[in-house]
Ligand binder design. Structure first.
Ligand code: E4P
Length: 220
C-alpha cells in the first residue's frame, strides 16, 4: 500500500520523506487555504520537493469547459501534478476529456461505489472515497472502499487506483490493506498514529533502564 500525505504543509512533507513514508501528496483547497498560500505556488513547491511522486491539485471550477481549462493549467505546473476533479456530472464529463488529453485525474469527493464506478468509467487514474467524512455522518466509510475494491477487481478495463481518503484512524489504514486499497492519503497526525503503541514505549523504557542499571552496578 502506498502512503500519500494529505497536506499542503511542507514541513510535514519533509518529515514524511525523511521517514521514507511519502509516496505522493494530495492537497485540496481547504488544505492550501490552511497554509495561507496561493495554490500555484504551494503546488509547485510541493511538486519540486517530492521529485517524481504524484501531487494532486484540485480544480475550483464546476463546469466542463472551465474544469478542463483549469486542469490543463494545473497539469502544466509540474510533470508530477495529478488533477483533482469533483465527482459531479460536469466533473465526470471533464474527467473523460482530460483523460483523453493525457492528464491524470484524481476523482475526488467520492462517497459511494456508484460514484467511483462513474469516475473509473471516465478514465480517472485515481478514485478517492472519503472514509472519515462518511463515518462522521453515521455511515461505514470503509464499506464503500471495500465495494469499490471488489468492483475494480471484477473489471480489467477499469484501471483506476483507489486512494483511501479522509483517513483518520489506524483502523482505516489497516482495513484498507485488507481490502486492497492501493493507496491511503494520510493527514500527518494519522501517519504519526501508525507508529504509536503504549507497550512499545513501556518496553523501550524498561530495556534501556535495565541495561543502564546493570552497567551502573558493574561500574560502581
Ligand atoms: C482527499 O484527497 C482529501 O484531501 C482528504 O482526504 C479529505 O480529508 P478530511 O475529511 O480529513 O478533510
Amino acid at each position: 500500500m502506498k502512503f500519500f500525505l494529505d497536506t499542503a504543509n511542507t514541513d510535514e512533507i519533509k518529515q514524511a520523506l525523511d521517514w521514507g513514508l511519502c509516496d505522493g501528496v494530495t492537497t485540496n483547497p481547504t488544505l492550501i487555504a490552511r497554509e495561507g498560500r496561493n495554490m500555484e505556488d504551494a503546488v509547485k513547491e510541493i511538486a519540486d520537493l517530492v521529485g517524481d511522486r504524484p501531487v494532486s491539485a484540485e480544480v475550483l471550477a464546476v463546469e466542463h469547459d472551465a474544469i478542463v481549462e483549469e486542469a490543463q493549467e494545473r497539469a502544466a505546473w509540474a510533470p508530477n501534478v495529478v488533477v483533482k476533479i469533483p465527482t459531479i456530472p460536469e466533473g465526470v464529463k471533464a474527467m473523460r476529456t482530460c483523460s483523453e488529453l493525457g492528464i491524470p485525474i484524481n476523482a475526488t469527493l467520492i462517497f459511494s461505489s456508484a460514484q467511483a464506478l462513474l469516475a473509473a468509467k471516465a478514465g480517472a487514474a485515481y478514485v478517492s472515497p472519503f472514509v472519515g467524512r462518511q463515518d462522521d455522518v453515521g455511515y461505514d466509510g470503509m464499506r464503500t472502499v471495500e465495494e469499490i475494491a471488489v468492483m475494480l477487481r471484477n473489471y480489467d478495463a477499469l484501471t483506476s487506483e483507489i486512494i483511501l481518503a479522509s483517513a483518520r484512524t489506524v483502523g482505516h489504514v489497516i482495513r484498507g490493506t485488507q481490502c486492497g486499497a492501493h493507496i491511503v492519503t494520510l493527514p500527518f497526525k494519522t501517519l504519526e498514529q501508525l507508529f504509536k503503541h503504549p507497550m512499545t514505549d513501556i518496553g523501550l523504557e524498561s530495556f534501556l533502564n535495565d541495561y543502564r542499571e546493570m552497567q551502573e552496578q558493574l561500574g560502581g
